[in-house]
Write a protein that binds this ligand. Structure first.
Ligand SMILES: [Zn+2]
Length: 232
């Protein structure tokens, strides 16, 4: 983890001790390169580099961690993010970290936690969160901040998982339209959209959808049991 890989040095230590760089053919000199908040200043031996963070702290970081993006700062970035996550009034803050973090967390819960109320529609039917989005920072960097409180996560192809290119922010209205056109159902031996199946079965889409999602009825039953008129 990030915090264990970073060894804070005394702040007044600006003269870096000399470590000869290895002479192996594939050694990569990172001096002068920037990795997020860290600027590489000198080789620190053992595959590590002395870096200066934007905040002024000097740290030693492993080359691999820098290149993979696992180490982005002296630890200050992580602290700032978790401070924002802890803020109760996160919705009022400029970059809205709290709400996006909450959404990111729920996305994982739906796909991984069998006790989540919607697990059967997500993890239970093979919907996964991609490797890259196991990290909140990557997720936020890829899809950007939530445009407004009316926006939530929308998968473009409902049968594909949470991955770059298949997820965008959408309002409830946009999302309902998208789901209607993308939701696939097996009905009377044919594959069709759920909306088409509802038309054939002459049942209101909203009722059928609620039967499947909320009451977990099988599709055939949801489309065949008569709808009580007072429920319209
Ligand atoms: Zn820092």
């Amino acid at each position: 983890m990030q915090s264990q890989d970073i060894i804070p040095l005394p702040e007044n230590q600006h003269e870096f001790p000399y470590f000869p760089k290895p002479t192996i053919w594939n050694f990569q000199d990172l001096t002068g390169q920037r990795f997020m908040r860290l600027e590489v200043k000198a080789y620190a031996g053992g595959g590590r580099w002395f870096c200066i963070c934007n905040c002024g702290h000097i740290v030693k970081a492993r080359a691999g961690d820098l290149k993979r993006g696992d180490t982005k700062s002296c630890g200050c970035l992580k602290k700032e993010i978790s401070a924002r996550i802890r803020t109760t009034h996160g919705y009022g803050s400029r970059i809205n970290i709290k709400s996006e973090y909450g959404i990111w967390n729920q996305m994982h819960q739906r796909c991984k936690n069998p006790k989540h109320r919607y697990y059967s529609n997500y993890g239970g039917r093979g919907i996964r969160v991609c490797e890259r989005w196991q990290k909140f920072e990557n997720f936020l960097a890829d899809i950007g901040p939530r445009p407004s409180l009316n926006h939530s996560l929308d998968r473009i192809d409902g049968n594909k998982g949470y991955e770059p290119g298949n997820v965008k922010w959408a309002t409830k209205t946009e999302q309902a339209r998208n789901q209607r056109n993308n939701r696939i159902a097996e009905y009377q031996g044919k594959t069709m959209t759920l909306a088409e199946a509802c038309e054939i079965a002459k049942k209101p889409y909203s009722t059928v959808k609620a039967r499947i999602d909320r009451h977990e009825w099988p599709i055939e039953k949801a489309l065949s049991v008569p709808v009580k008129s007072n429920r319209q």
